[in-house]
Design a protein around this ligand. Structure first.
Ligand code: ADP
Length: 558
């Protein structure tokens, strides 16, 4: 607590000294009516101190303002009034800035810069000008005839003090954050050089008569706007301060475009110009600063968005992966179940088929024609069931990768002819012709002979099943890319165009119940495709409804 108190008094002491000394310097410039001076740095120092360290420092301001005016010759009560006005001004300025622009300890956006210029600069300074000039008048220190002149000089002096010294103290108190690259330093030096040259031309009158024209003062906007655009507040404030010092010294020594009959009058014109040029540069700096902030915020926002999107995408991929794993597990379970159930079914089905065949053979007594009809239907059903179970077992063993492909070299034409023998009688029953086109060239393939037979049997069985009249032709030949192809072409019912992409899918059956066969299960072509692919081959189909279908199997040639 005591150390807090101590530092508090130290701060008040420093503020008092800073106020007193700078006020004394300010008053040393030809003050209007002895008190209203051109630039009143104490008003800026006071506001900066309140903004940075709080309202509690007000006694430092009051003491400084009161004493300096008393010493300069103001009557006691006038000095009290002037001190009060000088103290109320920064307190009100700080309050307005905090209340209406949310200012904390540095300028964050354009609103705060504008608030500072108009609320703390132009508005609050009215108080001190009014208090000060009125105190002098009521205490008989000035005549009513000079009241307005004094008031204007006082007000403008305070405005300039605030506009120049508040940003200067606030920005330069954070000096450590400043970093200029070599390129920026070179550019800044060039800009300062330009400012210096313009000051020499305008206030130093170095180019002589032809260049002494009040309009030249507009040149000064160039380096200031350059600074505002490229270097921000700190540098701009530095330029404004340098410009004030140079212009004051020049005007006081009778040089430059602001020189009038009396020094006080000259300084008022200079004040007006400085107020305009400094508030313009500060506003431009504020706008640029704001744009930079918006850009920075956008970049930050973009980066954050990118991180978020990446995180989301990763989470999505993870959940997709988990879903896939889950699906694979489910499929594995399903396959295990199918395989287990099929194995369990094999024996009872074999028994049923055996007993039904025995009953039908008449070994266990005569079977009348009605019973024989039922029995043979039951036998057909049992055979269908046996085929389904066998197909299911084959499917699950291929899918689970348990199937063993044993590749060997054999002649595809020979195997085809062997398989055809098994189907001859079935084809004859339907009066279908087999046409085999055998070429002279070799038709040796490297594949699993057992599974090749199974695939051929499947396709040929289908061709017979789905063909009512005509025949089936077989062509074995060399095809491109090192394959031997075998084409099985029927003149059957054909396959609907929409169904063609699906005929090799699991459990795919024609939607048309009229064409569907009683022993269909939709696994034959699926198994055939899996087996051919496992052997390194391909299987395709081309078909037209009511014209026929052509299945082409490609197997690796030796
Ligand atoms: P299944 O013949 O047991 O129904 P497949 O997988 O062997 O099962 O055949 C699937 C479907 O493809 C059949 O239901 C049938 O609609 C169609 N199909 C197969 N071969 C032919 C063919 N040669 N002509 C017409 N349609 C066929």
């Amino acid at each position: 607590m005591s150390s807090l108190r101590f530092s508090y008094f130290i701060k008040i002491g420093i503020l008092f000294l800073a106020y007193f000394i700078t006020a004394k310097i300010g008053l040393s410039f030809d003050a209007v009516s002895g008190f209203a001076t051109l630039v009143w740095p104490p008003s800026g120092i006071a506001l900066a101190a309140i903004l940075l360290f709080g309202y509690r420092l007000w006694p430092g301001i009051f003491l400084g303002a009161f004493l300096v005016n008393l010493i300069t010759g103001a009557p006691f009560f006038a000095a009290i009034g002037m001190g009060t006005g000088n103290t109320l001004e920064p307190l009100l300025g700080a309050y307005l800035m905090r209340r209406f622009t949310g200012f904390k300890d540095t300028f964050l956006d354009l609103r705060q810069v504008l608030g500072f210029i108009f609320l703390a600069g132009f508005l609050s300074s009215l108080i001190s000008a009014t208090f000060g000039t009125s105190s002098l008048y009521f205490n008989g220190a000035i005549d009513i005839s000079v009241y307005l002149k004094t008031w204007i000089a006082w007000w403008l002096g305070d405005v300039l003090g605030v506009l120049i010294f508040v940003p200067l103290i606030i920005y330069w108190s954070r000096w450590r954050n400043v970093y200029f690259s070599i390129r920026e330093t070179a550019e800044a030096l060039l800009m300062l050089f330009l400012l210096f040259i313009f000051c020499l031309i305008i206030f130093g009158e170095i180019l002589g008569e032809p260049f002494i024209d009040p309009l030249l003062i507009f040149l000064l906007f160039l380096p200031l706007i350059w600074s505002a655009l490229r270097f921000g507040f700190r540098m701009t404030i530095f330029c404004i301060l340098s410009l004030s010092v140079i212009s004051i010294i020049a005007t006081m020594s009778g040089r430059g475009p602001f020189v009038r009959v009396s020094l006080a009058e000259s300084l008022v014109f200079l004040q007006i110009f400085m107020a305009v040029i400094s508030s313009t540069s500060l506003i431009i700096t504020g706008i640029i600063d704001n744009l930079k902030q918006v850009k920075e915020e956008l970049t930050k926002f973009n980066q954050e968005l990118e991180i978020k999107v990446k995180k989301r995408a990763n989470a999505l991929i993870k959940s997709k992966e988990e879903q896939l794993r889950h699906e694979i597990q489910l499929e594995e379970k399903e396959r295990d179940f199918v395989s287990m159930a099929s194995h369990q079914l094999l024996t009872p089905i074999a028994l049923i088929r055996g007993y039904l065949s025995m009953l039908l053979s008449g070994k266990y007594g005569n079977v009348d024609s009605i019973a024989s009809g039922y029995l043979s239907e039951s036998l057909k059903g049992a055979q269908r069931m046996a085929k389904l179970v066998k197909d299911l077992l084959t499917t699950s063993s291929i899918e689970s990768g348990h199937i063993k492909i044993e590749k060997q070299v054999f002649d595809l034409t020979v195997v085809l002819l062997e398989v055809l023998k098994d189907f001859r009688s079935k084809a004859e029953q339907k009066h279908l012709k087999f046409i085999v086109n055998v070429r002279k060239e070799s038709s040796s393939v490297l594949a699993d002979i057992h599974y090749t037979r199974e695939v051929l049997a499947n396709i040929i069985d289908n061709a017979i099943k789905y063909t009512k009249k005509g025949g089936i032709s077989f062509t074995v030949k060399k095809s491109a890319n090192g394959f031997i192809s075998i084409s099985i072409e029927d003149t059957g019912i054909g396959i609907n165009r929409n169904d063609i992409p699906h005929v090799f899918d699991r459990f795919y059956m024609s939607k048309n119940w009229l064409t569907r066969q009683s022993d269909s299960n939709g696994l034959g072509l699926y198994i055939s495709r899996l087996l051919v692919e496992k052997m390194g081959g391909t299987i395709t189909v081309e078909s037209q409804v009511d014209k026929g279908s052509e299945f082409i199997i490609n197997l690796p040639q030796v």
